[in-house]
Design a protein around this ligand. Structure first.
Ligand SMILES: O=C(O)[C@@H](CO)OP(=O)(O)O
Ligand SMILES: [Mg+2]
Length: 398
């Protein structure tokens, strides 16, 4: 019923105007799925390999598609993803490209769900999950690798933990984003935007902390529920020769740990992603020990959605949260295996977009299907609202 009959790949544009891979998958029962691969800018050194889109398509057409068409059932996600890995033959999809692999993996999942006649989140999570929606982390001020001449910290995130619904949470983040524009304009500060639609003003991190604190507090008072905030420090991008290099300061590892702990206490941060370098498992553990009761310390570049790296982090106590990005590892099976391993070890999952995105909505379904407590997929911009609005549709079906 769900045997794959045809896989078609094409180049499409992502939100940065770069080409990426889109896959169409059809099945014998007429099921259909379409998905496109996102693309990162502040990529982890341990991520699966993204090839030039045209190259990835050519190689996947030659090496992977013949092993899938008429050979595998779209509803059997593990079999689809095992065939992709088998065809690639490397540990990091460097042969066919993680971009072609993840596009095919996600499109096959959609075709499987369509063939069976259930929503993707239900196909991915099963009948006993998928009854909750994640809290969205909304990127409202950005810099780092996402915007030049802006903050050193890559992302300041609105975290509406008190919102009674995902609809209220999404609207709250949009309100915080709009209020920040008003605060910046009131001071005559330019309101440029970064890759993910967050404001990217020419201000330092200290100013950004104060503006985001002001905006989240004001909007929380307006709406009547708690709105905290968090960070993606993407500290590997700041890490040079064992130090963390800011525009106005250079911090040793010990000073970086103290700094993050101080910010968690001063601003009541709900979430801190990548506060230290992507190889510093031990130092991460020291920070996590200090603040784990107050905040989530989340591994993005540290874990790169890789269960083996997550296992090392579990054994060392490096973090209490993992960022999940299917294109970092190459298949939905690997991404969901990482979520499960995390859940077995009290590691909270945050399902995430990439800075280069399309209108694809798969990650919204992954978040709901796995009961993930959080999703990080921006605040405004078509490639971000595509996921946020899909969450609103799913919540409406509940
Ligand atoms: O660092 C991150 O968490 C992601 C998403 O915000 O950015 P990028 O896709 O550039 O890695
Ligand atoms: Mg990150």
């Amino acid at each position: 019923m769900t045997r794959i009959t045809d896989i078609t790949l094409r180049r499409v544009l992502d939100s940065r105007g770069n080409t990426t891979v889109e896959a169409d998958v059809s099945t014998t029962s007429g099921g259909f799925g379409r998905a496109a691969a996102p693309s990162g800018a502040s990529t982890g050194e341990h991520e699966a390999i993204e090839l030039d889109a045209a190259e990835a398509i050519e190689r996947a057409e030659e090496k992977a598609i013949p092993d899938l068409e008429s050979e595998v059932d779209a509803e059997n996600q593990r079999a689809v993803d095992a065939a992709l890995r088998e065809a690639d033959g490397t540990t990091n999809f460097s042969e066919i490209g993680a971009n072609s692999a993840v596009a095919i993996s996600m499109a096959a999942a959609k075709a499987g769900a369509d063939s069976i006649g259930i929503p993707l989140y239900h196909h991915l999570g099963g009948t006993f999950r998928g009854n909750t929606t994640p809290t969205p982390l909304g990127n409202v001020i950005g810099g780092g690798a996402h915007a030049a001449e802006a903050t050193n910290i890559q992302e300041f995130l609105s975290v509406p933990v008190g919102a009674p619904s995902v609809e209220e949470a999404v609207l709250a983040n949009a309100r915080v984003h709009a209020h920040i524009k008003e605060l910046l304009q009131a001071e005559g500060i330019p309101t440029n935007k970064g890759d993910e639609g967050a404001w990217a003003p020419p201000i330092d991190d200290a100013k950004a902390f104060d503006i985001v604190d002001d905006a989240t507090t004001t909007v929380a008072d307006e709406l009547g529920f708690e709105i905290g905030f968090g960070l993606d420090m993407a500290a590997s991008e700041l890490h040079e020769n064992g130090e963390y290099v800011y525009d106005d300061d250079v911090k040793s590892t010990a000073e970086q740990i103290d700094y993050v702990e101080e910010m968690v206490h001063e601003y009541g941060l709900k979430y801190v992603e990548d506060p230290l370098d992507e190889n510093a498992f031990g130092e991460w553990a020291e920070l996590t020990d200090r603040v784990r009761e107050e905040t989530l310390i989340c591994g993005d570049d540290l874990f790169v959605t890789n269960t083996s790296r997550l296992q090392e982090g579990i054994e060392k106590g490096s973090a209490n949260s993992i960022l999940i990005k299917p294109n970092q590892i190459g298949t939905l099976t690997d991404a969901i295996d990482a979520i499960e391993r995390g859940a077995e070890n009290d590691i909270e999952s945050v399902i995430s977009h990439r800075s280069g995105e399309t209108e694809d909505t798969t990650i919204a379904h992954v978040a709901v299907g796995t009961d993930a407590p959080f999703i990080k997929t921006g605040t405004v911009g078509g490639e971000r609202t595509a996921k946020l609005n899909e969450l609103l549709r799913i919540e409406g079906q509940a």
